[in-house]
Design a protein around this ligand. Sequence first.
Ligand SMILES: *Cc1c(COP(=O)(O)O)cnc(C)c1O
Length: 386
Amino acid sequence: MHARRLRSLPPYLFAEIDEKKAQKKKEGADIIDLSVGDPDLPTPPHVIEALYEAAKDPRNHRYPSYEGLLAFREAVAEWYKRRKGVTLDPETEVLTLIGSKEGIAHAAFAFLDAGDVALVPDPAYPVYKNATVLADAVPHELPLTEENEFEPSLSEIDVDIAKKAKLLFLNYPNNPTAAGASKEFFKEVVDFAKDYGVIVMHDNPYSEITFDDYKAMSFLAADGAFEVGVEFNTLSKTYNMTGWRIGYVVGNADVLKGIREIKTNVDSGVFQAVQLAAVAALKGPQDVIERNVRTYKERRDALIKGLRDAGIKAKTPKATFYVWARVPESYSSLEFATLLLERTAVVVTPGIGFGAHGDGYVRFALTTTVERIKEACERIKSTLDA
Ligand SMILES: *Cc1c(COP(=O)(O)O)cnc(C)c1O
């Protein structure tokens, strides 16, 4: 009944974990879920107020424009100037999205024909690979390993593959590995993209979740980046607005045109009241960002300490709300996640779910309180000590 393309998607590896979690819940277990990549902190009140006001205005009840309100695109441009030092033309270099996931998936359809190659990091946010497959194109995996500091070794890509590749997906600060990219790496990416005529799709949803002295650079701040690519960003993680479904893509105007053309045929934009609430988020008080960072940092420190006490190796991340931890030897990531769930009712994401090179790791999300994180670590410690 279903199209072949649905069967061509990689198998959903969390089915077993989902089932076990549901089973545990039914048994009344006290589950601590550290698998959720979704902020538990609320959207700031002034944003909710702006939505309420905008929702009352009948002008906002009609279809929005495809590219999004100019007021929203101007707010994005101002924000990029202020926070990232990047100058954008709001008319041609900003496009509103229904969350960045939507834009990333549609970008595959705008640039990939059947059989084309897209370069996709492994492990990675699954949308890059799955959108490529849905577009009947071929993902070529770029391993992210501890040895390469979770940055793909571009010089090791087979020249024939590089020549065939149309897209390169990247994501820094990175989900799931929590790695940041260096300025040098972005420069290398620009050179590679120019040499091989590849379009760079940089995904930057964690751009404001950075710790200590670390600041995440926009890919567009690299010399020549506008010539070769775009950057996806979103209000989801920065302003605790995952449910609101608003993001955007910025950068190369021709690339944006391609994404826009696909979108005009499949969706009709973002509710204007949501766009106006997003303007309030981008232009209003920014203390939510600092508060988020402070909260995630406390949780990060509690988790890292607790994991080390339990004998689990994890590097202290300088960005994102994830911790990428090595599983004890002799376990696969799926076996270890299953063990934790069965014995401790702690839910983590097995690395294999992000790609073959994710095996050997599990991802902890810092989207629950310090108390619960400590409790989770104590349970893990007593199980592993036993
Ligand atoms: C959360 C996340 C997204 C999705 O963001 P939305 O704007 O809510 O669609 C995209 N990419 C990565 C890597 C993410 O972790």
